[in-house]
Every structure is written in C-alpha cells, then in structure tokens.
Design a protein around this ligand. Sequence first.
Ligand code: FE2
Length: 270
Amino acid sequence: MELTTIDGLNIQYHQKSKRIINIELQETIIEKLAFNFKKFDILTLEYKPFSRFTIANVLDEITSNKLSRYIIKVLNDRKTGCLLISPKNHSSIVDQTFLVKLSTAITHLFGNPNHDSMAGKYYARFHVKHIDSSDSYLRKPYINMDLHTDGTYVKEKTDWLLMTKLEEQNVEGGESVLLHLDDWEHLKELSNDPVGKQDFIWGSPKSKNVDYKVEHPIFSKDKEGKDQISYIDQFPEPKNMEQGLFCKSYQMLLKAVKIKLKQNYQLAHV
Ligand SMILES: [Fe+2]
C-alpha cells in the first residue's frame, strides 16, 4: 500500500507493522472540523440517518475529497485493511462529542454501519469500569479478550469495524492485539480441516439483545478464494463432540499466537 499526501494530515506506516496506516490529524484540520461539526448534534445524528452522510461529506470536503478514496483503498487491500486515526495533540476541542461526530463521519465515508442491538443505535458506547457484572468479556477490565472477529452472531455481514477510545481516567496499561489472518501460521492447517467448514450455530448473551441464532461455518473463502474467518470463543454452540473439539484446538492455537505476539512486541491485524 502506497502512502498518500492530504493537506492537514500526516500519513505514515505504523511503526510496528506496515499493514497499519497511521493518519494523524494536524491542529489546523481539527479546528476546521470542530467548527463545521458544530452544525450537527449527536441527537440529530442518531435520529436522522441522512445527517450521518452529511457530516461524512463535510469531513471529505475538508480533506480535499481525498480521504474517502484513500480509506476505501486501504480497507479493500488485503495486505493492509487497517487504519489508526488520531489527533496530533490532545487539545480540549477533542472531547467525546467531537470524537463521536468524527467516528460517524469516518464510517460513513466508506459504508453504512449495522444497527447495534445492544445500544439500539447505529453505534454502541460503553464504559469499561473497575467492576463489571455483565454477561460477556467485552467490558471485563482485567481479563484479556481472546482474538476474535466481530459480528459472528448477527445476520448482517461485518466487513469492517471502527473502535474509538473516547475517554481514559485512572487507567494504566491496556493494549490492543491485532492479528492479520495471513500472518497466522496455523491458518492453513485449520482452514483445511473439514470441521471448520461445517455450519456451526452461533448465539449470544442476553445483553446483546439479539433474539435469534445464526448458522455459518468458521472458515469460508472470499471472491479470490482466500481464507475468511468468523469466530469468537463465547458464541459458537457446538452440535457434537467433533465441533466442540475443533473449537478447543482452534482456541489453543490462537492463544499460542497471542503469547508469541506479546513476547516479540509485534502487532498485526485481522
Ligand atoms: Fe470485537
């Protein structure tokens, strides 16, 4: 993936992996965005779907109509597919409201987000607190989430996802672990196993507010015949011993990757 130049943005490869493109927003562009975002409020964005595309268009115009084209290119290239977008400095303009608006604008440059049943909106917003009594690993502060893909239990296809850190208070540590499928040494071994191509049943805990189950395999192929994956350890409901044991060996191989990544301080992505 080639880098590009857009006024007001500093675009570089991530220092730990060329698969990730870093986009840093300079102060001038943040000021322009903040000024133009004032015309929108969060409630309007939540109630009127068309306004989400309007704010995306504002972002694209401010970035010389080049940002959308570049993001789409990065996301569609299997070798990359990941961007890290952040402000150069953390000024007071970059507050939670600004970040929700910016995230909305970015996502609508290249698609239309799935409805989030947990939040009942086009996006979900939640805190990770010291104590958690929820029914999934999502909000557990002291338990590592195992590598997974999103959207395993919903009917809609999940092509991409955007995560934004809105706030950080009284926190130390925390890191995101990303693995590119093509960097996983056990990919062929697992994707060639016929059990991985069988339909599994996928459910979800109550808090997700999804009252149906879906069926799909763990491994499938994309248009070019390359491996695709859809998996999270908490949600498959194995039909038999064969499927149960496949999940178990899959999980062991994922855990091995994670340990290796941490030891080597490497970063990769799905
Ligand atoms: Fe996730």
